[in-house]
Design a protein. Structure first.
Length: 323
């Protein structure tokens, strides 16, 4: 009997050890991410030694025309002398005076990402100030964050231009997750990854992205990855069965209606078809549960195979998900 018990205990240890190491990455990064502080260079000089990024910033981010044009020069002058912009710049510098922690997290995240998906390149990473434009910008080989969107959800200016649900992501601790989320989405686009355009397909797509983010940022809280508060995540956990039952009862899981899909997956104060105290995008959390269940039950599937598996119905069926 003692031999049998010992064997059983050893088997359990090996089982859990294998599971924990399934997404482990050997070695350590040989290249470090160094963030290009365009925000500082542009504010001090009105230009940049990085002409490629300067062109992107002028034409696409701020939309003020070609560098050197009259409109660009007018913008540059106002941007660097306006008292409100100066205050915003100073607040950004205070919050992001030292970004070594962000660089270290990004270094490890891209190292893990390339281990599992070597075809995804590592971009040059920047910080800029956009006057509350898009939080994350990705272009060919470029990944940039508008750091004026990460000054904390209680930052005074936010209160006058955003709704509370919108400011949940506007904190420094969510920046690394947003960087990685933005880059992964630019590489694994909906056009590449969706075979069909039903609600289920979008839920599984979002669930796969969350699963990948959790692997490459293993120490990050799930609520930071999905953009929830702790309270919102707890609501989803407590109402998982009700959410799933509602999706089935309303027969929305296979809906191709763009308006219906948007109400489930777009940013909003709450999810339209769920109770008022639900978070917006709650259906995406269900997508993550489906993907997690699929990977738990199919231990032979690699992360790469998961990401490029476009048949969401196969993932749902293989997950045997039923809360």
């Amino acid at each position: 009997m003692k031999v049998i018990k010992t064997f059983f205990i050893i088997s359990l240890i090996l089982l859990f050890s294998c599971d924990n190491n399934r997404f482990g990455v050997p070695g350590k990064p040989d290249k470090n991410i160094s963030i290009y502080r365009f925000d500082q260079e542009f504010y001090k000089t009105g230009t940049s030694s990085d002409s490629t990024y300067l062109d992107l910033y002028a034409n696409n981010i701020m939309e003020v025309g070609e560098p050197g044009s009259k409109m660009y020069l007018d913008f540059s002058g106002i941007f660097r002398t306006d008292p409100e912009v100066k205050q915003l710049y100073n607040d950004c510098q205070e919050s992001f005076s030292d970004v070594s922690d962000i660089e270290n997290q990004l270094t490890w995240a891209f190292f893990r990402l390339q281990y599992f998906l070597p075809e995804i390149t590592v971009p040059k990473v920047y910080m800029h100030i956009s006057g509350f434009g898009e939080s994350i910008i990705s272009a060919n080989g470029i990944l940039s964050a508008s750091i004026d969107k990460y000054l904390g959800k209680d930052y005074p200016i936010y209160q006058s231009i955003y709704q509370p649900y919108q400011t949940l992501r506007f904190s420094r601790e969510k920046l690394v997750a947003d960087y990685m989320n933005g880059w992964i989405r630019s590489e694994l686009t909906e056009e590449k990854m969706l075979e069909q355009e039903r609600l289920l397909d979008y839920m599984v797509y979002e669930g796969k992205l969350l699963f990948l983010l959790k692997v490459i940022l293993p120490d990050e809280k799930l609520e930071n990855l999905i953009g929830f508060s702790s309270k919102q995540l707890q609501w989803c956990e407590a109402n998982e069965k009700n959410i799933w039952d509602s999706l089935l009862k309303l027969q929305h899981l296979y809906s191709t209606d763009r308006l219906v899909i948007a109400k489930y997956i777009n940013e909003a104060p709450n999810t339209a078809f769920f109770p008022e105290d639900s978070p917006g995008r709650a259906a995406i959390w269900i997508g993550y549960q489906i993907v997690q269940s699929y990977m738990d039950k199919n231990t032979n599937i690699t992360l790469k195979e998961l990401m490029f598996k476009t048949k969401s119905q196969d993932i749902l069926s293989g997950s045997t998900y039923h809360p």
